[in-house]
Ligand binder design. Structure first.
Ligand code: 5GP
Ligand code: ZN
Length: 112
């Protein structure tokens, strides 16, 4: 499958990993939009939020259970933002479900 994040998961494309367990991988975004910008992905390929169902939502649960650990590892004790983009209007560019963790500085209060 021609999916960048599956290739990162499989080690076919290098990445700066910050967290990994059996279901979840987190790595630094190539083009950071905040002082700290990390992507958290389920290892299972799910195309977007639109593809979440009772059949695969355990992957999403695993991502959200990992997020506090990822954030703590990044030293984000003052808080952070978790964002997922979905589809064209959401400006999703990589079609493998991922959650942006943004922080390390004061973020804008506007989200769009
Ligand atoms: P989206 O726009 O789909 O919500 O976010 C995709 C993110 O993936 C972007 O922030 C982009 O910088 C990041 N990205 C795209 N290709 C790569 C890559 O090969 N490696 C890493 N680490 N990040 C990538
Ligand atoms: Zn994928």
């Amino acid at each position: 499958m021609d999916c960048i994040f599956c290739m990162i998961r499989d080690g076919k494309i290098p990445s700066s990993k910050v967290f990994e367990n059996d279901k979840v991988l987190a790595f630094k975004d190539l083009h950071p939009q905040a002082k700290v910008h990390v992507l958290v992905i389920p290892k299972t390929h799910i195309a977007s939020c639109d593809e979440i169902s009772p059949l695969n939502s355990d992957c999403v649960k695993a991502v959200f259970e990992a997020i506090p650990e990822v954030a703590a590892g990044l030293g984000l004790d003052k808080g952070y933002r978790v964002v997922t983009n979905c589809g064209e209007h959401g400006c999703q560019s990589v079609k493998h479900l991922h959650f942006h963790i943004l922080g390390g500085e004061q973020l804008a209060d506007k989200m769009s």
